[in-house]
Design a protein around this ligand. Structure first.
Ligand SMILES: [Fe+2]
Length: 247
């Protein structure tokens, strides 16, 4: 992996962002045609563009207590989330990809085993950006548009939150639970490890982190307790409503 990384960095350090994309494609697929179009930039418009920079937490580390402790968020944000950005910087320093957005990196590298190190760190950086904004210290309400979509698909907000807890709790190992829009309809899905729904055409509205580092200091093995408390008290429905409006 180290040799392939070094050769990849040598290749992409000598070109533009577009040719870097082509180089990455050739490495990943082995025999891309000479006129193959790089896929960097094929990011759904609703996602926007996130820099490879750790954003500030949208609230104080103790703002979600007692559901999520300041100690948990201190480690989760200050160590785990920061490490994904630090790893990306090490992988991509000195290459044109150092300027690519997280969304471009994710779309370019998903499902490419040779590039899993870039994908995992970019996707975990993005997922955590989204997670902090999916939580709110204060109570929020869905917009009329989101409320109507929830009632149409799940019957009620309570039924949706039960489905989100059940689906998230059932994720085997590390991963994420999500409220998404799938072909115009709301859906609850889960993803493994660093996987993120938008690589499959699903538009995320909210997420909950079910990696152990999200809850183990506070709840140990009681993942469902973390999920019930977090989903019932701290989901940011205003964030979900704004995401729905962008799709
Ligand atoms: Fe996490």
């Amino acid at each position: 992996m180290l040799n392939s990384l070094i050769s990849r960095r040598r290749l992409i350090a000598t070109g533009t962002l577009a040719s870097a994309g082509a180089a990455l494609s050739k490495l990943a697929f082995g025999a891309a045609p000479a006129d193959a179009k790089p896929t960097l930039g094929t990011v759904p418009a609703y996602l926007g563009s996130s820099p490879q920079t750790l954003p500030p937490l949208p609230y104080a580390e103790n703002a979600l207590e007692p559901v999520i402790s300041a100690r948990t968020i201190g480690f989760h944000y200050g160590k785990h989330h920061r490490a994904y950005f630090d790893n990306l910087h090490k992988l991509l320093a000195g290459t044109p990809l150092a300027q690519a957005s997280l969304e471009q990196l994710i779309m370019q590298t998903h499902d490419q085993p040779n590039l899993s190190d870039v994908f995992n760190n970019a996707a975990q950086a993005w997922n955590h950006n989204f997670y902090w904004n999916s939580l709110s210290p204060v109570a929020t309400q869905p917009s009329e548009k989101l409320q109507a979509a929830i009632v149409r698909k799940f019957g009620s907000v309570e039924a949706l939150t039960k489905a989100l807890v059940a689906t998230s709790a059932s994720q085997f190992g590390s991963g994420w639970g999500w409220l998404v829009v799938d072909q115009g309809e709301l859906a609850v899905v889960k993803t493994s490890n660093a996987e993120t729904p938008f690589t499959r055409g699903l538009a995320p509205l909210l997420t909950v982190d079910v990696w152990e580092h999200a809850y183990y200091l506070d709840y140990q093995n009681r993942r469902p307790d973390y999920l019930v408390a977090t989903v019932s008290q701290h989901l940011n429905w205003a964030f979900a409503s704004a995401n729905l409006d962008r799709i």
